[in-house]
Design a protein around this ligand. Structure first.
Ligand code: SF4
Length: 334
């Protein structure tokens, strides 16, 4: 695999190289042992070798899993949403590594095929291969079978919103539906620290305080909604990439053809500039959010969810996915 060294550790810019632990080894020793370090973690100032770096990521993930799921309760069924990208692949691998030994717990991988030609079709075999290696059941649901359309068709149609706005809503509905069919008690996603900090900033900037209160992970079981958990929410994106590389995990690294339309890109760029200048910014944003979350939850307690005619949860008469599909079919605004 070829990645710019800078993307991996924000260290010195080097030419893209074929990455392995040997290539990443620097002249500086690990702060925890005498082996050569492979990464400098800027926000903590630590130089870590491969083993201590992996321990760090695994510890953070285990801590989040403990906070987000009651592991003393038997019979958990965790569906992991896996697109095949580095984050969801690492989430699946780590959940399996941390909880895989438990006989009272079931795990499956869930992939949503949005119907994006040349993109999703190339990631599906990679997820299937990872699941085979780990011995995990792999379920695939498609926009075509659930909604009678694909993202390519939606992108070509006359529409009012950006492509990703349709994709995000429909994908969430597809994941929830498939997780419910599998009788999942939790739906795990590969959201990392960068994604989480971006979502917090986005909702603040748009003044969407109510949505900010409901970002997840979900602590409460609500009607028709499988609670979502985010085991990688305190692991930065660069660390999920490095973890995937040093553990030789196979993942899909093509960019979605519609990615340039995503509003999130502007927040990603602002946040990455801030992190470059002030290491630890993403952690501070998450910490501040967690501190004000109890107040936000008081202001916006979880609404009583109703059942849309499609079976999905909604706060009004119709769920957002049905509203969007109807507006595409009729040309009327949502
Ligand atoms: Fe969907 Fe947009 Fe992500 Fe592509 S970039 S998979 S269209 S949300």
């Amino acid at each position: 695999m070829r990645y710019p060294y800078k993307y991996l550790c924000h260290s010195i810019q080097k030419e893209p190289i074929n990455i392995s632990c040997r290539h990443l080894t620097s002249v500086v020793n690990c702060d925890k042992c005498r082996r050569k370090s492979i990464v400098f973690i800027r926000y903590s100032g630590a130089h870590l070798c491969c083993d201590h770096f992996c321990n760090l990521v695994e510890r953070k993930t285990k801590h989040e899993l403990r906070r987000q799921i009651d592991l003393n309760k038997r019979g958990a069924r965790i569906a992991v949403a896996v697109s095949g990208g580095k984050d969801s692949t690492v989430a699946l691998y780590l959940i399996h590594k941390i909880l895989g030994e438990r006989k009272d717990l079931d795990l499956c991988a869930l992939t949503v095929d949005e119907g994006i030609d040349g993109y999703r079709d190339s990631s599906l075999p990679i997820v299937a291969s990872t699941c085979r290696k780990l011995g995990i059941e792999h379920l695939v649901v498609t926009f075509r079978e659930l909604f009678g359309t694909t993202m390519d068709e939606i992108a070509e149609s006359s529409r009012q919103l950006a492509t990703c706005s349709y994709c995000g809503v429909l994908r969430r509905a597809a994941m929830n539906r498939a997780a419910k069919d599998w009788e999942a008690t939790h739906l795990a996603t590969g959201l990392n620290l960068d994604d989480t900090a971006q979502s917090i900033l986005m909702n603040f900037s748009r003044g969407d305080v109510e949505r900010l209160a409901r970002l997840g992970p979900h602590k409460r079981v609500q009607n028709y909604l499988v609670p979502r958990i985010q085991p990688l929410r305190s692991v930065p994106e660069s660390e999920t990439l490095l973890y995937a590389v040093v553990n030789k995990l196979e993942f899909h690294d093509l960019e979605c053809p519609y990615a340039s339309e995503a509003l999130r890109n502007s927040y990603r760029s602002v946040l990455s500039q801030l992190e470059d200048k002030y290491p630890g910014t993403r952690h501070s944003i998450l910490r501040s959010y967690e501190e004000i979350l109890p107040a936000l939850e008081k202001l916006y307690p979880p609404a009583e969810l109703r059942r849309c005619s499609c079976g999905e949860p909604t706060m009004s008469r119709k769920c957002k996915a049905c509203e969007l599909l109807e507006s595409l079919a009729t040309g009327r605004p949502t």
